[in-house]
Design a protein around this ligand. Structure first.
Ligand SMILES: Nc1ncnc2c1ncn2[C@@H]1O[C@H](COP(=O)(O)OP(=O)(O)OP(=O)(O)O)[C@@H](O)[C@H]1O
Ligand SMILES: [Mg+2]
Length: 229
């Protein structure tokens, strides 16, 4: 069985979304964006251009003031965050925000316990995602002792337990050295080969040029370029 539940051509679609942090000063004004599976997409732009804001809108953490967002044809305003998370995994800009438990095994099994699975199944799923992220040897490590890159892969492991079709990663290479970036690139390529759609919000062109695919450029809440490399 693969990690994902199949592949779709079109996945996340935002139509005419508007959003503001300060009433009277729209930040995102009538933005359209469509992200498809089978394609690596990078969304680039300077600090404050709105990358994190758009990522959070696409997974329902922030709500648009108008416009609609669909995941595989379903309007996310009618879906719970848990339901959205089972379809689209979202890696926060700081992975430490996504880690709560004392050990790697507890962190991952806790996510599974929420779903009421039996103990053996939970352990086999935890082993599966740890193997996928090359972290088998960290299974019983304290989460506190993990390096930044390992915390990031643990957060990603937790996301992959949900078997999402689509992954959105916000600045996944910040704080990673060249070797850790190579590990992350290899993991993302493996997930792509399994059929996942991946969007990376980043400043790091050196990283994303490994993948080819689509590059969107943002500036002040607007998409100013959309090209395939
Ligand atoms: N919670 C908030 N309240 C008010 N303004 C915010 C909030 N979060 C972000 N902003 C503002 O919204 C704009 C877009 O921020 P956002 O974090 O989406 O940009 P970004 O492209 O992800 O930046 P970075 O590259 O630094 O991560 C910025 O001007 C930022 O100051
Ligand atoms: Mg950001």
């Amino acid at each position: 069985m693969g990690i994902l539940r199949g592949t779709y051509l079109s996945y996340i679609k935002a139509e005419k979304i508007c959003f503001t942090y300060n009433p009277g000063k729209p930040f995102i004004n009538c933005l359209d964006i469509e992200l498809k599976t089978g394609q690596f997409c990078s969304i680039m732009g300077p600090n404050g251009s709105g990358k994190t804001t758009i990522g959070k809108l696409l997974v329902g953490i922030l709500k648009p003031s108008s416009g609609n967002i669909f995941i595989d044809g379903n309007d996310i305003s009618k879906m719970s965050l848990g339901h959205i998370g089972s379809k689209v995994g979202y890696l926060f800009q700081n992975p430490a925000f996504q880690i709560f438990a004392a050990t790697v095994f507890e962190e991952l099994s806790f996510i599974m316990t929420l779903k009421d699975y039996d103990k053996d199944y939970i352990e086999s799923e935890v082993d599966r995602v740890l193997a996928l992220l090359h972290m088998e040897d960290k299974k019983f490590s304290s989460t506190f002792s993990l390096s930044y890159g390992q915390k990031q892969r643990l957060a990603l492991a937790g996301i992959l337990l949900n078997k999402p079709h689509y992954l959105i990663l916000d600045e996944p290479t910040t704080g990673l050295d060249i070797l850790r970036k190579q590990v992350l690139a290899a993991v993302l390529k493996e997930l792509m080969n399994m059929g996942a759609g991946i969007t990376v919000f980043t400043h790091d062109y050196e990283f994303i040029k490994n993948f080819g695919g689509r590059i969107l450029k943002m500036d002040r809440g607007v998409i100013i370029e959309d090209r395939i490399e």
